[in-house]
Design a binder for this molecule. Structure first.
Ligand SMILES: Cc1cc2nc3c(=O)[nH]c(=O)nc-3n(C[C@H](O)[C@H](O)[C@H](O)COP(=O)(O)OP(=O)(O)OC[C@H]3O[C@@H](n4cnc5c(N)ncnc54)[C@H](O)[C@@H]3O)c2cc1C
Length: 401
């Protein structure tokens, strides 16, 4: 199906004027972190057209209607367990390598497309959406952007097919916002490195086959002494100490990982030795951007529930939607969703079409969308009255996600 989707999108003609050129206007912008699209997209990348993005959205929606039903989403939440049979299905559908090279199985469609998939996936289930992003963005895209040709050839096909599960581990129990203070160490030994330490809150950590791990190769050098590694979890000394029991995003498996003299071959260094902070920080911008589409999906899901309910539920002889206060809440929810969507997709379009990554907007988009999603989920609960408070309806799950 991945191949058929690719040929279908290729069949849509692209106007020659959409060929990517760095925008002269963007070069003059002060305080803007700019990079050419070629450094963040596969070779020969052309930004998708609106028709291609709409077509992709329809494809993902078709997939989620079939594979991530309300029952699947509720069960994932209740059981706090990711439905691992989903990975090969996502791979088969072509969704795991949206930003990756076509020669390793990716679609090479860029960040707007990745946001579209993330939004629709999160509309069906926020937790499946989060695990999806940890795999396809935090791991696959990090490898796509920073991996050597050999590393990409070795690892990307399995990750993109969904036969291998990916994750990224930077946070530690003592190093969250201040990630550079991490303590996990990587000591040089013959032929590679020995990793020791632990990582906390790692999405997909309990299930992952391959993890992008950041560790201190030269602890005295602070931010200039961190290196990124590809760690195969079958290596001796690696373990998942525990799966975390979370308030929301239940079923997006999150773990605490232990590294006890884990040998990582030299070939698995990502980027340069001691150059890990660049890999990490540049990755964070795009991770925030793509993840900002998660709350968009949750807002849409809140509307999907609240709109029909408020037209069907009758009180005082007429649908509650006939009351202006109810209409006002629905209008607020819709407006918050559209404003958040505009911010996320405008930021992603700049990356795809101009090669400009605005750090402040990648962070701003996720901050804004996440806060609006919490408000929309609360409004959804209020509109549903007593039904908003019971687990038969998805409203409380949406708030927790
Ligand atoms: C569901 C989930 C999934 C996650 N997945 C991953 C993953 O896949 N990989 C990974 O590496 N990590 C992951 N994380 C970890 C996440 O990145 C960290 O939780 C995050 O970086 C914040 O770190 P912290 O929890 O230690 O909070 P802290 O840094 O301790 O912050 C606590 C509070 O202090 C505030 N604060 C901190 N510093 C400042 C400051 N200078 N000024 C003002 N306020 C400040 C923060 O805003 C926050 O409100 C995940 C976390 C969650 C909850």
């Amino acid at each position: 199906m991945a191949a058929s989707f690719r040929s279908l999108t290729r069949a849509v003609s692209r106007p020659a004027t959409r060929r990517l050129q760095p925008s002269p206007a963007s070069i003059a912008l002060p305080g803007v972190q700019k990079r050419l699209h070629s450094s963040k997209h596969p070779k020969g990348f052309e930004a998708p057209t609106t028709e291609e993005l709409d077509e992709l959205r329809e494809r993902v929606h078709e997939f989620t209607r079939r594979e991530i039903t309300e029952e699947v989403a509720a069960h994932t939440d209740k059981s706090n367990a990711f439905p691992n049979e989903m990975w090969p299905k996502l791979g088969e559908a072509g969704f795991l390598g949206i930003t990756a090279d076509e020669d390793v199985g990716g679609l090479g469609m860029g960040y707007q497309a990745h946001a579209v998939v993330m939004e629709e996936m999160s509309r069906a289930s926020g937790s499946i959406g989060l695990s999806y992003a940890a795999h396809s963005q935090l791991c696959v895209n990090q490898l796509q952007l920073n991996g050597s040709p050999e590393q990409k050839k070795k690892y990307l096909p399995g990750l993109i097919a969904g036969t291998k599960i990916g994750a990224l581990a930077m946070s530690e129990s003592g190093s969250g916002s201040d990630v550079v203070s991490m303590r996990t160490s990587a000591k040089k030994v013959d032929g590679g490195y020995l990793l020791n330490g632990s990582k906390m809150w790692i999405t997909n950590g309990p299930d992952a086959d391959l993890i992008v791990v950041y560790a201190k190769t030269e602890p005295d050098k602070g931010s200039k002494g961190i290196t990124a590694f590809l760690v195969e979890t079958k290596a001796d000394g690696f373990s998942c100490a525990r799966k975390l029991d979370k308030m929301g995003m239940r079923g997006s498996n999150t773990g605490e990982l232990m590294f006890d003299n884990v040998f990582v071959p030299e070939d698995n260094v990502v980027g340069s030795v001691n150059g890990g902070v660049r890999v990490l920080m540049e990755g964070l911008d795009l991770e925030r951007l793509v993840l900002s589409a998660g709350p968009l999906g949750i807002m849409q899901a809140a509307l999907d529930v609240a709109l029909p309910f408020s037209h069907q539920r009758k009180q005082f002889g007429s649908p509650i939607a006939h009351n202006q206060l109810v209409q006002g809440k629905l209008a607020d929810m819709y407006t918050k969703l559209q404003a958040s969507r505009a911010y996320t997709y405008a930021t992603a379009r700049q990356v795809d079409e101009q090669g400009v990554i605005r750090t402040q907007d990648c962070a701003g988009a996720i901050l804004y969308a996440a806060e609006r999603a919490t408000e929309c989920a609360l409004d959804c609960i209020q509109l549903l009255g007593g039904m908003g408070y019971v687990e038969e309806m998805p409203a409380s799950r949406l708030l927790r996600e």
